[in-house]
Design a protein around this ligand. Sequence first.
Ligand SMILES: [Zn+2]
Length: 289
Amino acid sequence: MKVCNSCNEKFISSEWKCPSCNYLPKVIDNHLAFAPELAQASDGFEAGLFSQLAPLEAKNFWFRSRNHLIIWALKRYFLKATKFLEIGCGTGFVLQGIERAFPKLTLFGSEIFTAGLSFASQRLLRTELFQMDARKIPFENEFDVIGLFDVLEHIEEDREVLAEIYRATAKGGGIILTVPQHPWLWSQADDYAHHVRRYRAQELKIKVEGAGFKVVKITSFVSLLLPLMLVSRLSQKRPNQNYSIMSELKISGWLNTTLENVLNLERIMIKFGISFPAGGSLLLVARKL
Ligand SMILES: [Zn+2]
């Protein structure tokens, strides 16, 4: 069901014109824009980064492994889902993986920046994309699964966002989240990425359940690489004038392959039911009962 962003009227219609107040969302660059005032710039992420990020993601071990994990979680916990929304879809790398793995799933992607959407629309074949502020989601009981992959840590009002997501999720559906873990792993990379926080597992669980969800799986990942991360993060505690997130992503071929193999092994263990207590990131799956 749709929710009018102007008067909060709930309505079922194929069109967006509100039957109560006639409000019609704007269209920017061919995408519906529910928060056009935020479409160009926001504190959360540097929109210009998308153009640099897009070609690197496809090769990078971390993005590739995270995609495999997300696809596994979707199959394992929400096999019957028909409607999936990714909030904060960035360049569309995750949705591209989901398009390929779930040919029958109807897909939606949202992003606060229209710059991200123009990249995503080049990459995606059948995903409907729109511009939206996650703090004001114009849907109720609409999506079987909503995914946020390394998005929540960018948003000050995370509880508010989770409450909005709960409303937008259909009963029997749920959410899949990934977030960076452990406040003590905070480094220049988090500053650079405009993170508001790194989560503790318990904190994330409490916030998600506070919104009404029932958590069914929570595990760390990038656990086996934690010692390596620690070394890298400690070396970054001294601010580096020339720091660039791109230099973190541009790693040599053999190292990339080795790290990906380690994360492949880790994922096999997660599939067998192991939940890692510590790791660079957290995966959480929860249901709306
Ligand atoms: Zn209205």
